[in-house]
Design a protein around this ligand. Structure first.
Ligand code: HMG
Length: 391
């Protein structure tokens, strides 16, 4: 067994919900200029879950194409990162066994640390593969971001799932071993068990994100990481796309560099296009930024990318990787664009109805309204069990 093989991402697949809400609809409702959202926070639309969608249905839709392409041989670990869990005990990925055919000879675990969870999954996967390069790990990051109606957080909702196949000798991104870490006890965003909507101190969270990104960068350098000038692009966690611009400017200035708008646009512009219309997908957001970059950039072969992961509460990680020769053959650009373009736009009343719907708690049989056109749906909740089906 060798421990020197490169480790990284060999496949990346994305799914989002059936519905989306345009921020112009929200702006009208809130009585604000739509440019506050389109320009001010850099969001045009956000994905909204249908009555019969949740993190399991979108995760299954993201992961199935990976299983179809690679089979399950070698997948001995499935890590599902989410902060929108559907159960306090059972890992959401266990539902995927019956939906997409995961192997039984596997460990299947749910991970949580706000939006950072997907990166935790990726790094834990890299560690397992370093121990045994024949091991493959399916990492899934899926979330539905929800804030209270008529609050500043409302325009920063969204939903998506990104599934990644992490392997030795990867086909898309080879990860560097260096990684910069930062964690601290901060109350910037949290969701107590009894709430369906997050609580956030918006301004504190924006500042905490920037400080954490800077500290993670400083640690990355202490660990022998690359120079700022080595990166062809920076993929940031994007709760709203303007946040990536703010954080990159902050990072450059913290290192005594001038942050010219054109240089910032060149470094992160392409990473923001999917997030701009999907909204905050928490754990998936950073990886949606990577997908958008890979789908649009001219040849990135051998280019080095930076990744800046932030999860409120808070944990941040700065890490890096090199784009592998031949990566374009492994992309799913058409499917990614179709997932975004095929969403049905909601009117405000329907959005509000979906937002206010509560899960039944009485243990009786409750069929779910049939809405989604996506491959999997939550068919019912019965006896406190969630029943899923293929569409
Ligand atoms: P707000 O107070 O409504 O907005 O909330 P604002 O008044 O600060 O305006 C936002 C921007 O729009 C400002 O620009 C305005 O100038 C501009 P900035 O000063 O920031 O550059 N603006 C306009 N621009 C053009 N035309 C106009 C116009 N009007 C105003 N007409 C806030 C903003 C982000 C605080 C709010 O949406 C919020 O609380 N969101 C949720 C928290 C959040 O996303 N925090 C991000 C960092 S924390 C994080 O990333 C973790 C997270 O993903 C959770 C996790 O880890 O699980 C959230």
């Amino acid at each position: 067994m060798s421990t020197s093989a490169s480790v990284g991402i060999s496949d990346l697949s994305f799914a989002t919900t059936h519905y989306a809400l345009d921020h112009a609809v929200l702006a009208e409702r809130l009585g604000v200029d739509r440019d506050k959202f389109y320009i001010g926070i850099g969001q045009e639309r956000m994905s909204v879950a249908a009555a019969d969608e949740d993190i399991v249905t979108i995760a299954a839709a993201a992961a199935k194409p990976i299983i179809d392409r690679h089979g399950v041989d070698g997948i001995r670990t499935v890590l599902f990162a989410t902060e929108t869990g559907v159960d306090q005990s059972k890992a959401a990925a266990l539902y995927l066994h019956s939906l997409i055919g995961l192997p039984n000879a596997a460990r299947v675990v749910e991970l949580k640390q706000a939006c950072y969870g997907g990166t935790a999954g990726l790094q834990f996967a890299a560690g397992l593969i370093a121990r045994d390069p024949s091991h493959k790990v399916l990492v899934i990051a899926a979330d539905i971001a929800k804030y209270e109606i008529d609050t500043p957080g409302e325009p920063t909702q969204g939903a998506a799932a990104v599934a990644m196949l992490v392997t030795a000798d990867p086909s898309i991104i080879a990860l560097d071993p260096q990684s910069g870490l930062y964690s601290a006890d901060i109350m910037d965003f949290w969701r107590p068990n009894y709430r369906t909507e997050a609580i956030v101190d918006g301004k504190t969270s924006v500042n905490a994100y920037q400080k954490a990104a800077e500290e993670a960068w400083n640690d990355y350098r202490r660990q022998g990481g690359r120079d700022l000038g080595d990166f062809a692009a920076f993929c940031y966690h994007q709760p709203f796309t303007k946040m990536a611009y703010k954080a990159h400017k902050h990072l450059l200035e913290s290192q005594g560099r001038t942050a010219e708008p054109e240089a910032i646009e060149a470094a992160i512009g392409k990473t923001t296009t999917y997030n701009r219309t999907v909204g905050n997908s928490y754990t998936a957001s950073l990886y949606l930024g990577l997908l958008a970059l890979l789908d649009q950039a001219e040849d990135l072969t051998d280019k080095v990318l930076a990744f800046v992961s932030y999860g409120s509460g808070a944990v941040a990680e700065f890490f890096s990787g090199t784009v592998v020769s031949g990566y374009t053959e492994h992309l799913r650009t058409e499917a990614n664009r179709a997932a975004i373009d095929s969403r049905e736009l909601l009117d405000y009343d329907h959005y509000r109805q979906l937002h206010e719907a509560q899960a039944p708690v009485d243990g009786k049989y409750h069929a779910t309204v049939s809405e989604t056109s996506r491959p999997y749906r939550l068919a019912a909740i019965s006896g406190h069990k969630r029943i899923y089906e293929s569409v």
